[in-house]
Design a binder for this molecule. Structure first.
Ligand SMILES: [Zn+2]
Length: 337
């Protein structure tokens, strides 16, 4: 265990992760439809600036600009031959920023979903998914990423494939799923099911949890679901800065810095160790989160009522855990009505 993230996890009881990648890059001029990973070579200064936002706000780790940097996603832009290069450079820029921070900051190599659907509904196989993730992992490793950071996953098969790719690359990893469909992932996974899945992996992650999804309140409820399973693994909470609203032709997140400060402390008090933002989380939010975590004393584990009082209502009546078909079965491809 020599990577920076493992050392930080041993010495600290909370760590601040970073905020949004997409939202911040759009604010720097990225157009929708343009693959953000191309900016690693076209605008390395802007990517260094993005990473710098997190470091300046007090983050202990940040994710690299490589979320869509796998062959399946880059193929949509005819850049499937550049996986290794784009990921290596994403991590190299990060390494450079982290090494100048003057304190330990972990460079976490972002690995997002392939965008493909597993057989039999789709064409993706375990072997192919492992190969896709492994190629990306090798690029991130080559560029100096401390760990791999698998995020926004909805299919358990894809999570397992990413775990195996991390093993093949010889890297420690973290992995989060996105619970955006009435408390479950798009593929029907509940927080309890994810917890069980993680413990069954031959190479479990250093930390696991949830990112993105609907809003900070929903993410808190998912986090409470992980805690309820009794897991002793560090938990990750990376919630969006409020709820996306369409406004004047672009998406705006309604979460204020104050709300994200409250969310950060609630997440810590509920049992999360790694706390950050996702979509809509700007430097101003991150600074408020750092300030809140650094100055407010730890409190008791919040109730669901306290969460909605501070962060707003949940998007659905339940988080899907414990109702109807129980926690043991996975409901693949079924959205809850
Ligand atoms: Zn997000």
């Amino acid at each position: 265990m020599t990577n920076t993230l493992s050392r930080l996890l041993k010495s600290r009881d909370w760590l601040l992760a970073d905020g949004a990648t997409g939202t911040n890059l759009f604010n720097m001029g990225l157009s929708s439809g343009e693959p953000p990973e191309m900016w690693n070579v076209e605008h390395p200064d802007r990517i260094a600036k993005l990473y710098g936002f997190a470091v300046e706000a007090g983050s202990d780790l940040f994710l690299t600009n490589s979320f869509g940097g796998n062959a399946a996603r880059l193929k949509l832009h005819n850049a499937q031959g550049r996986v290794r290069e784009l990921n290596r450079i994403a991590a190299e820029i990060g390494r450079n920023v982290a090494d100048k921070a003057g304190r330990p900051v972990a460079v976490c190599g972002s690995v997002g979903p392939t965008g493909e659907i597993f057989a039999p509904m789709g064409t993706l196989t375990h072997e192919l998914a492992v190969e896709i993730f492994h190629e990306q992992a090798e690029g991130l490793k080559e560029g100096g990423a401390d760990v791999l950071w698998v995020e926004t996953i909805s299919a358990p098969e894809e999570y397992k494939a990413a775990a195996e790719a991390a093993r093949l690359a010889g890297m420690d990893w973290c992995g989060t799923m996105s619970f955006d469909t009435a408390g479950r992932t798009m593929m029907g996974v509940t927080s309890a099911q994810m917890s069980a899945l993680v413990e069954k992996l031959p190479n479990p992650p250093l930390a696991f949890g949830a990112n993105c999804g609907v809003g900070a309140a929903d993410l808190m409820r998912t986090l409470m679901g992980f805690v309820a399973t009794g897991t002793e693994r560090p938990l990750i909470a990376k919630g969006n800065a409020g709820i996306p609203k369409y406004h004047d032709g672009h998406i705006h997140y309604d979460g204020t810095p104050e709300l994200m400060g409250d969310y950060a402390c609630l997440a810590r008090d509920a049992g999360a160790t790694i706390i950050g933002g996702c979509c809509g989380t700007m430097p101003v939010h991150l600074k408020a989160m750092h300030e809140a975590l650094s100055t407010r004393p730890r409190g008791p584990r919040p109730s669901l009522e306290e969460i909605t009082a501070k962060l707003g209502a949940f998007s659905s009546a339940s988080d899907g855990t414990g109702d109807d078909d129980g926690a043991g079965r996975e409901r693949r491809g079924r959205r809850r009505g």
